[in-house]
Write a protein that binds this ligand. Structure first.
Ligand code: ARG
Ligand code: ZN
Length: 863
């Protein structure tokens, strides 16, 4: 069933108070849900509640049992004349057999819930939509020995003992919330406690619950939470509102984490860290996800979404906020580069596929399919453009007005933009098109210089092509930050002020700017900071790119120019003779020599510039892709960089003094450079590199350095790689989160017997199809990143993934629909592969009991 944004209607009934009682039992948990219901408006339609997989025991209205209700597979219809009544529903659910990890389920013995987007209907019959806001009182009854902790939203208000070693706890959440923010957790945990004093002087209790024995791995998450709380106060003036903030880490979780009011539930991957088991990247992600969920308390919970089409209202804004936070906590440029990589690798891919949709989708079959890089990350780019257009002060004024108007309400993206518009007295009507238009805009830049008149003209043109979901496109408002360099790499002053960076608001299809008194033809340094999520097209010569890379005032533009040098080189190798390839590679590689020596950039940026664009990024730069050719070309350049700078890599590798591990900026960047150098050294075939690898593997006091060895060894002699992998497995076989890194490394190794290897790993004692982290590590990594294996021209990779998805469909449709992504992105590959991919999609499509999740993606992607 397709739901349309334009069909939105207010709910027929409202629920303003909910009293829930859970008696927990593995296969038959009893739920009593007492709702205070009022009719919304003058009508005599019946009350239709959502519900799925629920065993209904009884329905009472105002204390009187009713039986004239109708049940379907996903609804309960109750006809009543009352305009205001108490509805009591008693039902049974089965958490143990709930492998979808939506609703109430068991995660390694602990009960937990995931209700966003539409999971609450798997707990009880309810108006499961975000514009029904209620206050919740929740009582949980369970066995005390196995479930000493019984948690829900808000404040703990009462508790007591019961016969048969049972106990109960009652929670009350004073804030109105939609049911997707409801949470329940019951289990036995280790508890890490702390406090936070808000800017207004209130003391908040902080509680972090982790698996038994994991206490020492929780400190970084807790520290991150305190940083996020402080940052939201100082940057946005937003303070926490309850007296307690709880985070529970669970092992079975579909996504990263969930912002349930006062009780966040997290994938343990985004909580647990120590030097031995987590990489620098893990530390970074934990800080970011902890902050993201915390920031949702205002952007998401205090002001929520009217309907699920508005998801980007909270997600785009909250991702933008967590990106700003991360930038403030570490290196802004490295952060920005990471954000842009996600857009170019994954969001551009989504927009080029049959799943293309605007950040505010118009049509949805399964909402879980729209927790996408478009809604989240492109959504954040759209917020960032507002920030750029309005300036920090104007943006914050808009945020202030937004909360003043909408606190406690469920609203739309339009409401948000209107607040921005009104607070700044700026017409944003054309800007709003970003919310309704899908696709990646192209900005074509041309210029001309008149030496006699000393004038320079630069023209920007926006181009939009049809996407799978939309034919008609309109012009957008595209902020383009740029500057001009002269041939001595000096900045040219633009305009009257001392301003050296200019922002053009491109709103027409074509706009030109003219600059006077320009002595020589300038080099434009364009799209500073990636000021808009577009593809930029300017006919740069190699020399010009080299100049931007070395001389631009904007670090992002410097990195981007380097990336373009690499990409141009890779794309141009096709169709060349070996000698020509060699020459052109040498020429490109030589341009990076000054970067290795540069002293005007951080080590972190240096490492980023010296990292080749990913296969996925290169893929998105082309209209049609010769998979094997592209893979080969990228490898040629990779190897040439390794060999040409062999001595430099050795210097970079050896030059930093080793310190005991700390997650700390200067150490992180040194490890990054060292480990990049190690990769290049391995690839260069440097004669004693095995020695280096083994030494680092044995000597490492942290996971970043150990894992880097494996990542490098994977590019060299596979015998050594296998040996080290074996040692790694022996050391970590009882630690599934660490083992995920090992599964993933296996899964993206280039080897002829890759499918046999993965099949074998599926039999590993730690692997289970029921755990999303394991499935993502092994099967997800293969399908997303193992280019040669997944895209094997014999079709075996596609078939392998399809076979697996047919099984996963039964267990966890949400995860299956994530992992199918590479298979539906057949649009740019050759005809042979297209057919092979489509054939597998058809096979999955024929599966009996196909989930909505897979159905939606498959039906859209078959011609
Ligand atoms: N709101 C959560 C977050 O971004 C994600 C929830 C995902 N839910 C889902 N059904 N896909 O933090
Ligand atoms: Zn979120």
């Amino acid at each position: 069933e397709i739901k349309k944004r334009s069909d939105y209607q207010q709910p027929d009934f409202l629920i303003n108070h909910v009293d829930l009682e859970f008696t927990l039992a593995e296969t038959s948990t009893k739920v009593i849900c007492v709702s205070q219901v009022t009719r919304n408006g003058l009508h005599n339609r019946p009350l239709i509640l959502d519900g799925e997989g629920i065993e209904l025991l009884s329905v009472h209205i105002n204390g009187i049992e009713v039986s004239n209700y109708q049940q379907t597979e996903n609804s309960l219809t109750i006809d009543t004349d009352s305009n205001e009544f108490e509805l009591r529903i008693v039902n049974i659910i089965n958490p143990k057999d709930n492998s979808s990890l939506e609703g109430l389920y068991l995660s390694a013995g602990a009960y937990c819930t995931q209700c966003e987007a539409e999971g609450f209907r798997k707990i009880t019959y309810f108006l499961d939509r975000p514009d029904v806001l209620a206050k919740y009182d929740v009582t949980i009854i369970a066995d005390k020995k196995n479930f000493p902790f019984l948690l829900s939203n808000g404040n703990k208000v009462d508790s007591g003992e019961l016969p048969d070693s049972m106990h109960w706890v009652k929670w009350s959440d004073p804030f109105n919330k939609p049911c997707y923010l409801f949470a329940l957790v019951a289990g036995d945990f280790d508890l890490l406690e702390d406090q936070f004093v808000t800017q207004s002087g209130r003391t908040i209790a902080l509680e972090l619950f982790v698996d038994k024995g994991m206490l020492s791995r929780g400190q970084h998450a807790l520290d991150s939470l305190k940083k996020a709380m402080r940052w939201d106060e100082t940057e946005f003036g937003l303070e926490y509102d309850l007296d307690i903030y709880m985070i529970v880490a669970v092992d079975f979780f579909n996504m990263g984490a969930m912002e349930n009011k006062g009780l966040n539930v997290f994938n343990s991957k985004f909580v647990l860290a120590d030097a031995q088991t987590a990489t620098d990247e893990d530390y970074f992600n934990i800080e970011a996800v902890i902050a993201h969920e915390y920031f949702h308390n205002w952007t998401g919970n205090r002001v929520t979404c009217r309907d699920w089409f508005q998801l980007s209202l909270k997600e785009g804004l909250t991702v933008f906020r967590d990106q700003q936070f991360s930038a403030d906590m570490s290196s802004p440029i490295v952060n920005r580069i990471q954000n842009v990589r996600i857009i170019r690798e994954r969001q551009f891919a989504e927009d080029a596929s049959t799943m293309s949709h605007p950040i505010r989708p118009d049509e949805v079959i399964e909402m879980n399919n729209f927790y996408t890089v478009t809604v989240y990350d492109k959504g954040a780019e759209v917020i960032r453009m507002l920030f750029t257009l309005l300036g920090k002060t104007g943006f914050l004024a808009g945020i202030k007005l937004y909360f003043k108007r909408f606190d406690g309400q469920a609203v739309t993206c339009d409401d948000f933009v209107q607040a921005m518009q009104d607070a700044n007295d700026k017409d944003l009507s054309q800007f709003r098109r970003w919310y309704s238009q899908s696709g990646t805009p192209k900005v074509v830049v041309t210029d001309s210089y008149d030496p006699s008149a000393k004038t320079y003209q630069i023209t920007f043109e926006q181009q939009h092509s049809a996407t799978f979901d939309q034919n008609e496109k309109q012009d957008l408002v595209i902020p383009i930050q740029f500057s001009l360099l002269n041939d001595k790499l000096e900045l040219i002053k633009l305009g009257d002020a001392k301003q050296q960076q200019k922002m053009l608001e491109l709103h027409d299809s074509k706009q030109s700017l003219e600059f006077k008194n320009i002595d020589s033809k300038p080099i434009p340094s364009l799209l500073h900071g990636f000021s808009a999520p577009v593809k930029l097209d300017y006919p740069y010569s190699q020399q010009q790119l080299g100049n931007v890379m070395l001389g631009s005032p904007d670090e992002f533009a410097r990195w981007d120019a380097g990336q373009k040098l690499f990409s141009d080189c890779i794309h141009d190798l096709a169709g060349k003779t070996q000698q020509q390839q060699k020459d052109s590679i040498n020429q490109t590689v030589a341009m990076f020599e000054p970067i290795i020596e540069a002293t005007d950039i951080s080590l972190a940026l240096k490492a980023e510039i010296l990292t080749l664009p990913s296969f996925e990024t290169l893929f998105q730069q082309m209209d049609t892709v010769d998979i094997d050719g592209l893979n080969q070309s990228r490898k040629l350049l990779f190897k040439a960089l390794a060999q040409k700078f062999q001595n430099n890599w050795l210097t970079q590798y050896s030059k930093f003094e080793k310190q005991p591990y700390a997650y700390q900026a200067n150490q992180v960047e040194q490890r990054k450079m060292r480990n990049l150098a190690l990769k290049y050294l391995t690839l260069s075939g440097q004669h004693d590199v095995e020695q280096l690898l083994i030494e680092q593997f044995n000597g490492a006091d942290n996971m970043t350095d150990s894992l880097a060895v494996l990542g490098a060894a994977q590019l060299g002699d596979l015998d050594l790689f296998e040996k080290l992998m074996l040692l790694f497995e022996q050391k970590w076989h009882n630690d599934p989160l660490v083992l995920d890194k090992w599964f993933a490394l296996h899964a993206n190794t280039e080897r002829p017997d890759i499918l046999a290897r993965i099949s074998m790993l599926m039999g590993h004692s730690q692997f289970t199809i029921n755990n999303p982290n394991r499935v993502r590590a092994l099967i997800g990594t293969f399908s997303f990143f193992n280019v040669s294996g997944f895209h094997n021209i014999d079709g075996s990779g596609y078939k392998f993934v399809a076979d697996y998805l047919i099984k996963l469909n039964e267990v966890n449709p949400q995860i299956a629909a994530r992992i199918i992504t590479p298979l539906i992105q057949w649009q740019k590959v050759d005809k042979v592969r297209q057919q092979l991919m489509q054939h597998q999609l058809m096979r999955i499509g024929d599966t009996k009991g196909l989930s909505n999740d897979l159905f939606e993606k498959i039906s859209k992607s078959l011609p």
